[in-house]
Ligand binder design. Structure first.
Ligand SMILES: O=C(O)CCC(=O)C(=O)O
Length: 298
């Protein structure tokens, strides 16, 4: 059998790019072949087991968070098979096309396994507030390793919410419905989630500012997924703690370029892009977010 390297392209239409840029997410079916899916599941299981043995898992020792998911970050750095997927041209090029930039870098991968039955929902949140970045545009590919549906915790998105600004980061798994409580009346009216059931080997892409959520897993099998996150080249560092950048000792404002943040796709520029400086949006958020936080406490 030839080596699986996930390099053949998955074509994206202009219409799909428009949909992504307007709505902040897109669902893509059958991005992996059966053989690729089988290989990826085995490689991820192997890489997770290695981490477990070394007890160096990201959320080792946090039983509460484990009910949301067992999460392992940057498996690609310790497993060649996972690296072939995480750094693959196919997924990187889809990310580059959707975001509309000439060069796309990896941010990180993370396996997200929601345990069977005794699990917690992934509360509504945006990803970007957790990331030490001055720019928006970074986006996640969430690849289903099992068939996913409402019963076992498929993702849900709120279309257009990536244009609602930067909200405070919420505590995932608290069940306190913090993000929902932070909405102003016009936002509440437009809070219309759409669910993303799909077969294994299919995926969604979502912008770092898009609201997303997943139910607890009520099925009797774990819900397995791997997210790979990409950042447009030129994204700069907003100094704050994060497990990827903490060991890199980057200066505030430095470009997020490093051997653990490699270029995964490169090509011509596009007419439209979601990549832009987030600092004006952050300034607005500083005015509004204390009010949102007070609303979340009520
Ligand atoms: O897998 C989940 O349940 C949530 C995933 C998520 O929040 C993400 O990929 O950003």
């Amino acid at each position: 059998m030839s080596q699986i390297d996930y390099s053949s392209p998955y074509p994206i239409t202009d219409e799909q790019v428009r949909f992504y840029q307007q709505n902040g997410y897109i669902q893509l079916f059958n991005v992996l072949s059966e053989a690729e899916l089988e290989r990826l599941r085995a490689d991820i299981a192997d890489a997770m087991e290695d981490r477990r043995k070394k007890s160096e898992g990201h959320n080792a020792g946090n039983p509460f968070y484990k009910k949301v998911f067992t999460q392992e970050v940057n498996l690609w750095t310790s497993h060649d098979g996972v690296a072939r997927y995480t750094l693959s041209k196919r997924i990187g090029e889809i990310a580059r096309r959707l975001c509309g930039v000439p060069k796309m870098r990896l941010w990180h991968d993370h396996a997200l396994f929601k345990p069977a039955k005794d699990s917690l929902a992934s509360d509504w949140h945006q990803d970007w507030p957790y990331w030490p970045m001055n720019h928006v545009g970074a986006l996640s590919c969430w690849m289903a390793l099992d068939d996913v549906n409402m019963e076992n915790g498929c993702l849900q998105f709120v279309p257009g919410s990536h244009k609602w600004g930067v909200f405070p980061a919420v505590a995932l798994g608290s069940g306190r419905k913090e993000l929902e409580k932070m909405l102003f009346p016009d936002e509440r009216e437009n809070f219309k989630p759409v669910a993303m059931p799909m077969p294994a080997g299919s995926c969604t892409f979502h912008d770092g500012l898009t609201f997303h959520y997943a139910n607890a897993n009520h099925s009797d099998k774990p819900r397995r997924a791997i997210a790979t996150i990409y950042q447009p080249d030129g994204t700069t560092h907003r100094k704050k703690g994060h497990c990827v950048t903490d060991p890199l000792d980057l200066a505030d404002g430095a470009v997020l370029a490093h051997e653990v943040l490699p270029v995964v796709a490169e090509g011509p520029a596009f007419e439209t892009t979601t990549f832009h400086d987030a600092r004006p949006t952050l300034e607005r958020a500083k005015q509004v977010n204390p009010k949102r936080e007070a609303m979340a406490k009520q």
